[in-house]
Design a protein around this ligand. Structure first.
Ligand code: PSU
Ligand code: MN
Length: 301
């Protein structure tokens, strides 16, 4: 086993005895939601996975160790900021491991560690992607590159409209990443069910999704899969409300000259403020919905 990896006893037992496991990310806790909703959500998501009969494996880097499955104390100290974790993606891993640092893993970072632990299904809110204005800023999330190379299926509610969704889809197509619509042939847009982007693949059952994953990896085709699960309609936001908030948040971030890893967390928190917290409620609901679907897929897989 990788000498940098620490798998909790519960998760290790599940992996060796064939009990389904769902990986969960930690950037969403530390940089995606405010305290204390972040901790409440992290705990609820773990519970949702358990209710479906799978074991949750929340992933983070603590004191340089690649952790799979966190204790409650570890979750609390990530969520309340006392560990002062950086947002950790592939580029950040070497120094964190070398110097014993703390990192909350992004989608990309979580995929890397999940693959090391032989966990193939991962639930989150939304993936990173190509940002609006990327033709000038070159801001393209490392999540997309990771999806191209790492064998993990990511259940998400699509790509958030803070991104350029059509460009994000073009990038995934170029990299050969399957994007599966769960019960829909349109890519959902995180806070809403609709993006206007048509998908090449619609699948209606967790079993058929598991069959696609098996066929991909057993045949030796490397890389991830995106499973796009629309937010339940009762939690979806109005498209005009969310678009107004997003445009304002993007203008502010440009005005402040934000760059790199700080852009996404800034946009997420401003959109939540500008919608009076409504976007946070939607965000929590869709993450829970994704956790349940991921557990069902992990069982079938
Ligand atoms: N999208 C969300 N919520 C999030 C993120 C994305 O709806 O919390 C986080 C994820 O951890 C994702 C990261 O991997 O932001 C992408 O950041 P960047 O754009 O800097 O790659
Ligand atoms: Mn970026």
């Amino acid at each position: 086993m990788n000498k940098y990896l620490d798998i909790s006893e519960e998760v290790a037992d599940a992996i060796t005895t064939g009990i389904p496991v769902v990986a969960l990310e930690s950037t969403i806790i530390t940089h995606g939601m405010p305290w204390p909703q972040n901790l409440e959500t992290a705990l609820k998501v773990e519970n949702a996975v358990r209710e479906e009969g799978a074991i949750p494996a929340t992933i983070a880097i603590i004191k340089g160790r690649l952790k799979v499955g966190l204790t409650r104390e570890e979750l609390v100290s990530l969520a309340n900021g006392s560990l002062k974790p950086i947002k950790a993606s592939r580029r950040d891993f070497p120094a964190l491991m070398a110097f014993g640092g703390n990192g909350a893993t992004t989608v990309a970072g979580t995929m890397i560690i999940a693959e090391m632990a032989a966990i193939h299904v991962f639930a989150t809110g939304g993936i990173g992607g190509v940002h609006r204005g990327a033709e000038k800023s070159w801001d393209v999330s490392a999540d997309l590159e990771e999806l191209a190379r790492t064998d993990v299926a990511v259940v998400c509610a699509g790509a958030k409209a803070i991104l350029d969704i059509p460009k994000t889809m073009e990038y995934l197509e170029t990299k050969g990443v399957p994007v599966i619509g769960y019960g829909t042939s349109e890519l959902p847009a995180f806070y809403t069910q609709h993006s206007g982007v048509e998908l090449s693949l619609r699948v209606d059952t967790p079993r058929e999704i598991a069959m696609i994953l098996r066929a991909k990896w057993e045949s030796g085709l490397k890389g991830g899969v995106v499973i796009a699960n629309p937010i339940p309609s009762q939690y979806a936001m109005s498209e005009t409300t969310i678009e107004g908030a997003i445009q304002k948040a993007i203008e502010e971030s440009e005005h402040k000259g934000l760059k790199g890893a700080e852009v996404t967390p800034y946009l997420l928190s401003r959109v939540a403020d500008l919608t009076g917290g409504d976007s946070l409620d939607s965000n929590i609901a869709l993450v829970l919905n994704n956790a349940r679907l991921a557990a069902k897929i992990a069982k079938e897989y």
